[in-house]
Design a protein around this ligand. Structure first.
Ligand code: HAS
Ligand code: CU
Length: 557
C-alpha cells in the first residue's frame, strides 16, 4: 500500500501545499534570473531602478517565505501521519489553515505586484526582511500575518495527532519523524512570536496611520529575534529528510536515533537567543550584548556539526552495505544516478561550505567586512537556496509517486537536475561571495558602486558578473527540469504497474531506547528555551522601551 491509499485526504492536503510551493519557486526563480541580469549590468533596461526593490521583494518573499513554508507544512503532514500511522482529527480544520496560508500569500503577493504594475495603489518595496523604517501597505503585513497564523494551525494538527497516538501508545517513544516535526513547529511558534509582536503592535498600526512612528531599533530587534531562528525552520525539515530518508536512499540505516533527537532539542533551545548576530552593525545595541550573542551563535554550530557526523556516517554505512570498500572508494558505491540521493548529497556538500561562511559571518569583527555586501546573498543561496531547496526538490522525486500513486516520469531530466543546480549555484554563489569581499553592496540598484571598485586578485569584476549570470541561467534550466518532471508525473495516468518506490523507512542502527525518556518531554525544552530567551532578550528589550514604546532610542545594556 502506498501513502495515497492509506491516507487519501491527507495526501490531497500535501499535494495542494506542494503545488503552491512549486508555483511559487517557479515564479520566484524567473524573477531571480531578472535580478541577476539587472544587478550585473547585463540588462539594466529590464525595469526601473525603483521597481528593482519591489521585484527583489517578490523574489525573496516567494522563495524564502512562501516556497519554504508551504513545502514544510506538506512534508510534515506526510511525515507525522505516516510515522504515527494515524490521520488528522478533522480535515476541515486542516483545510482551514491551508486556506488561511493561501489567502495570506495572495494578499501579500498582490500588494507587491500593485507596487510594480500599478493596477492598485499598493506598495511593498520592503524586501523579504520588511523591517522599519521601510514601510509597506497594510495588506502586505496582513498577508504575511495570515501566512504565519495559518502555519501555526499545521503545528496544532501535528500535536493533536501526537496526542491521539499517545493515548493508544502510552509507553512508546515518539516516532522520530513526528518528534522532529513537533520540535520544529515548537521552534517556529517560539520565534514567530517576535515577528507577530513586530507586525501586530507596530508595523500594521503604523502603516494604517494609527500611530505616527515606530522605533526602528526595537522593531529590528523583534524582527531578528525571529529572523535568525527562521533559518532553522527552513533547515530542520531538510535535516528531517537527511536523518530519516537519506540513509535508506544510500542503502542503509540511520546511525543513531538518540543523536538525532539531541540535535533537534539543541536547535529548539539554542536557535532564538542569537538573532543579534544580524545586528552587529546597529548603533544603540551594546558591544557586550553583541559579544554574548556571538558566543551563543558559535554554540548553535554544534547540532550541525553533529549532523555532519551522523548523516555522513549513515551514508557510509549504506555504501558499505552496497559493497563499497576502502577509505574513500565507498563513495563510488552510492546511487549517484538516483536524483533523490544525489540531490541530498550535493545539498549537504553545499551546506558544508556555507556553514563555514556562516562562521565567518558570525564573528563580531570579521562581520564588518561582509555585512551588507553581496557575500551575504552568496551565503544564503547556498544555505536556504541549496541545502534546503535542493533537498526539497530531491525528496519530491521520492514522495510524489507515493502522494499520487503515479510513477515518476522524465527520469533522465530528473537525474541531471540536481547536478545542474549544484553547478549553477557553485558559479553564482562563489561569484557573489567574491564580489562581496571586494565591497560590492547587496540590495542596491545603483550601479556606480562597482565602477570605482578595483578588480579582485583572482578574477576581474566582469568575469565574476559573467559567472553570476551564467550560474543563474543554469539554475533556471535546472528549475525548469524539476517543474517538467513534477508536472509530467502529476498529469500522467495512474497505471497498474508498481511504483518503483518503497515508502518503508527502516529503524535506526541505534534505536530510541538508548536515550533518556526526558528527551521526548517537550515541556522541559520549551521551558528552558524561554529561560534562555529571557536572559538573552529581557534586558535589552526592557532598556529599549524605557523611553516609550514608539520613541526611537538606544539600549545601553
Ligand atoms: Fe546564515 C545571514 C550565520 C546557517 C540563512 N543566513 C543569513 C541570511 C540568511 C541566512 C537568509 O552570524 C541573510 C539574512 C538577511 O537577508 O539579512 N548562518 C550563520 C551561521 C550558520 C548559518 C553561524 N544561514 C544558515 C542557514 C540558513 C541561513 C542554515 C538557511 C537555511 N548567517 C549568519 C550570520 C548572518 C547570516 C552571522 C548575518 C550576516 C550579515 O552580516 O548580514 C550555521 O547554522 C551554519 C552551521 C553549518 C555547519 C555545516 C555542517 C555541515 C553539514 C553537511 C554534511 C554533509 C553531507 C553531505 C550530508 C557547521 C551538516 C556529504 C556528501 C558527500 C559526498 C561527502
Ligand atoms: Cu542568523
Amino acid at each position: 500500500m502506498t501513502y495515497v491509499d492509506d491516507f487519501p485526504g491527507e495526501a490531497r492536503v500535501v499535494r495542494t501545499a506542494f503545488a503552491i510551493a512549486f508555483a511559487s519557486i517557479g515564479l520566484g526563480g524567473a524573477l531571480g534570473v531578472l535580478q541577476a541580469l539587472f544587478r550585473t549590468g547585463y540588462s539594466r533596461s529590464l525595469f526601473s531602478s525603483v521597481d528593482y526593490y519591489s521585484i527583489l521583494t517578490a523574489h525573496g518573499v516567494l522563495m524564502a517565505l512562501v516556497f519554504t513554508t508551504f513545502f514544510i507544512v506538506g512534508l510534515f503532514t506526510w511525515g507525522v501521519t505516516r510515522s504515527l500511522d494515524t490521520g488528522f482529527r478533522d480535515l476541515r480544520f486542516t483545510w482551514g489553515w491551508l486556506g488561511l496560508m493561501t489567502l495570506g500569500t495572495v494578499l501579500a503577493f498582490v500588494t507587491i505586484l500593485g507596487g510594480i504594475v500599478g493596477f492598485i495603489p499598493t506598495h511593498a518595496a520592503v524586501l523579504y526582511t520588511f523591517y522599519a523604517p521601510l514601510e509597506a501597505s497594510p495588506t502586505f503585513y496582513l498577508g504575511l500575518a495570515l501566512l504565519v497564523v495559518g502555519s501555526w494551525g499545521a503545528g496544532v494538527d501535528y500535536v493533536l495527532a501526537l496526542l491521539d497516538w499517545r493515548a493508544e501508545h502510552p509507553d512508546e517513544r515518539i516516532p522520530l519523524q513526528t518528534f522532529m516535526a513537533v520540535a520544529t513547529m515548537l521552534l517556529w511558534v517560539v520565534c514567530t512570536l517576535g515577528v507577530a509582536v513586530e507586525v501586530v503592535v507596530f508595523l500594521l498600526p503604523w502603516s494604517l496611520g494609527l500611530i505616527p512612528r515606530v522605533d526602528p531599533l526595537l522593531t529590528r530587534t523583534l524582527f531578528w529575534y525571529f529572523g535568525h531562528a527562521v533559518v532553522y525552520f527552513w533547515l530542520l525539515p531538510a535535516y528531517f529528510v537527511w536523518y530519516t530518508i537519506f540513509p535508506k536512499l544510500s542503502g542503509g540505516r540511520l546511525f543513531s536515533d538518540p543523536l538525532a533527537r539531541v540535535v533537534f532539542v539543541l536547535f529548539l533551545v539554542l536557535s532564538t537567543p542569537v538573532g543579534v548576530h544580524h545586528q552587529y552593525g546597529d548603533p544603540g545595541l551594546s558591544q557586550g550584548l553583541k559579544f554574548v550573542q556571538m558566543t551563543s551563535t558559535y554554540f548553535i554550530l554544534l547540532p550541525s556539526l553533529l549532523t555532519a557526523f551522523t548523516v555522513v556516517a549513515s551514508m557510509e554505512h549504506g555504501a558499505r552495505q552496497r559493497g563499497g570498500k576502502g577509505l574513500l572508494k565507498w563513495l563510488r558505491a552510492l546511487p549517484w544516478e538516483n536524483p533523490s540521493f544525489s540531490g541530498i548529497a550535493l545539498a549537504g556538500l553545499a551546506f558544508a561550505a556555507s556553514g563555514f561562511g556562516g562562521m565567518v559571518n558570525a564573528g563580531l569583527n570579521v562581520n564588518a567586512l561582509v555585512h551588507n555586501t553581496m557575500w551575504v546573498p552568496g551565503h544564503f543561496h547556498l544555505t536556504v537556496g541549496t541545502a534546503v531547496a535542493l533537498t526539497f526538490m530531491a525528496i519530491t522525486y521520492w514522495l510524489l509517486p507515493q502522494l499520487t500513486g503515479k510513477r515518476l516520469r522524465l527520469r533522465t531530466l530528473a537525474a541531471v537536475q540536481p547536478y545542474l543546480w549544484f553547478v549553477g549555484m557553485v558559479f553564482m554563489s562563489n561569484a557573489m561571495h567574491r564580489v562581496g569581499l571586494a565591497g560590492v553592496p547587496r540590495r542596491t540598484s545603483e550601479p556606480q558602486y562597482e565602477q570605482v571598485l578595483f578588480n579582485t586578485p583572482i578574477a576581474t569584476m566582469g568575469e565574476l558578473h559573467l559567472q553570476t549570470v551564467g550560474g543563474a541561467f543554469i539554475l533556471f534550466a535546472s528549475l525548469l527540469c524539476f517543474l517538467a518532471v513534477v508536472l509530467s508525473t502529476w498529469l500522467g495516468e495512474r497505471g497498474a504497474e508498481p511504483l518503483a518506490v518503497n515508502g518503508h523507512i527502516p529503524e535506526a542502527l541505534s534505536g530510541p531506547e538508548h536515550s533518556p525518556r526526558i528527551l521526548d518531554d517537550f515541556r522541559v525544552w520549551v521551558a528552558l528555551t524561554f529561560l534562555l530567551l529571557l536572559i538573552a532578550y529581557g534586558p535589552p528589550l526592557a532598556a529599549m522601551v524605557q523611553n516609550g514604546l514608539f520613541a526611537p532610542g538606544s539600549a545601553p545594556i
